[in-house]
Design a protein around this ligand. Structure first.
Ligand SMILES: Nc1ncnc2c1ncn2[C@@H]1O[C@H](COP(=O)(O)OP(=O)(O)OP(=O)(O)O)[C@@H](O)[C@H]1O
Length: 435
């Protein structure tokens, strides 16, 4: 590859003059940005030291856009500043390297990545096969996703429960150049605290009591692909330190092991918490926060994009009708649609899906009536009271429905409905639900 580095700082150049790199690549060093015009060759990778110029990243980005013979732009920065990250991505840079003690490793790994990834081959991503929605809000989300798919930068997704954070992560991966490698999702909040480390990094035989077999962790499982860490705010502080080290050094060691294993993984994290507040309360490490933030993506709750209700409902109606063996997709009557449209959806898209699933099962014919739409709380005054049911009985009906649907998997149903497993077990114990 032809690699060009624009910097006045000789220390930045050092990793590029390693014999192995010199053997495989052509290095061009410029110590003034305006000399870029003198390059005659096609450049595969351009490293731009932020300190070389007085111009802003925005201006540099504009300037670089004129250079079509350069494939990938990478900004080198001395400050771990989120504003710079954002600006870099918005202005054509595909990656952002920190000039810190891990710079050499970052350069090596960037060069390795660049050999398999040519972002120019990436078609204009289309996420509509997976993520339904036509609102302005979701279009903005697609725009950020496009940037995320075209780079390797970490992405942090925030949004209330059920807004589709995992789906977004999957979409970014599916349309990135890592798509032929695994997408591995881990819900950090759902793993007992003492097992998280082994889940993420793996363990060797005898690493702790009960470790009778070697185990590959999720980082290794996701090699060359994407690792999605949901509920990252639940990561215990001591593991935050370990994760930060892994991200900086791009290598892991299994628990109880000595081997250092290099990892090439794109990280997407998600949380429904405000991580900035967690940082302020010393519950989350600030340095890790900045590392993970990369490209921040805020998913709005469903009540703020009600324009999407129509397309989402049709999608779930089709899915559910097919799943429950209907030859034709059921549809909502005007009354049923209006009822849904007036609801606030505290459980977001997941709740809409659950409501539609239940309505498809309860409705007697292809048209779903208003009475088939069961909404929590806001609905008590009408249909449910006519049937003279209590909320408890209504909840039992839904839980029973989902237990049947998911073949008695309590864990799964608890997760889907956002309730505790113990609540379900208690209802079974009390004989209110027959599993
Ligand atoms: N825009 C969308 N189009 C189609 N399906 C969606 C959309 N958004 C969410 N869903 C569906 O809603 C459900 C919840 O989505 P997902 O699990 O991605 O949410 P989440 O934000 O990760 O939830 P949690 O915070 O509870 O983990 C899934 O069944 C998902 O397929």
């Amino acid at each position: 590859m032809n690699i060009c580095i624009i910097t006045k700082n000789d220390n930045i150049l050092l990793p590029f003059y390693e014999p192995e790199i010199l053997q495989n690549h052509t290095i061009i060093h410029l110590n003034q940005e305006d000399r870029i015009h003198t390059i005659e060759k096609n450049i595969d990778l351009l490293f731009w030291d932020e300190n070389i110029s007085d111009s802003s990243i925005k201006q540099i980005g504009k300037f670089l856009k004129a250079f079509h013979q350069i494939h990938q732009f990478i900004l080198i920065s001395t400050s771990n500043n989120i504003y710079n990250y954002k600006l870099a991505i918005e202005n054509k840079f595909q990656d952002f390297l920190l000039f810190d003690e891990n710079f050499e490793k970052s350069v090596t790994s960037t060069l390795q990545n660049a050999q398999v990834e040519n972002f120019d081959n990436l078609e204009d991503p289309d996420y509509s096969y997976l993520i339904k929605g036509e609102s302005k809000a979701i279009e903005k989300v697609f725009e950020v996703m496009k940037k995320a798919s075209g780079t390797n930068i970490n992405v942090n997704i925030t949004g209330e429960t059920g807004t589709g954070k995992e789906l977004i992560a999957q979409g970014i991966h599916d349309q990135s150049l890592r798509k032929q490698f695994p997408f591995v999702a881990v819900n950090v909040g759902a793993i007992p605290k003492d097992l998280i480390e082994s889940e993420l990094f793996g363990h060797e035989v005898g690493a702790f009591t009960g470790a009778t077999k070697k185990r590959i962790g999720k980082f290794e499982e996701a090699e060359k692909g994407t690792l999605f860490l949901d509920e990252i705010g639940e990561l215990p502080l001591e593991l935050q330190t370990k994760l930060l080290r892994v991200l900086q050094e791009r290598e892991i060691t299994r628990i109880g092991g000595n081997d250092v294993i290099p990892v090439d993984v794109r990280l997407i994290t998600a949380t429904h918490r405000n991580l900035r507040n967690e940082v302020a309360e010393n519950k989350f490490r600030e340095d890790l926060y900045y590392r993970l933030l990369g490209l921040p993506l805020q998913l709005p709750p469903l009540r703020e994009r009600m324009e999407d209700i129509h397309v989402l409902s049709s999608h779930f109606l089709q899915e559910a009708s097919l799943e429950f063996g209907q030859t034709q997709a059921k549809y909502l009557s005007k009354g049923a649609f209006n009822k849904i449209n007036a609801y606030s959806f505290p459980g977001n898209v997941r709740q809409l899906k659950a409501i539609i699933d239940l309505a498809v099962v309860l409705s007697d014919d292809n048209e779903i009536k208003s009475k088939d739409i069961h909404l929590e709380k806001e609905e008590i005054s009408t249909d449910l009271l006519k049937k003279e049911r209590t909320i408890e009985e209504y909840n039992i009906e839904i839980i029973e429905f989902f237990l049947k649907k998911y073949k008695g998997k309590v864990n799964y149903v608890a997760d889907k409905l956002d309730i505790s497993k113990s609540k379900i077990y208690q209802l079974i114990k009390d004989g209110k639900i027959t599993k």
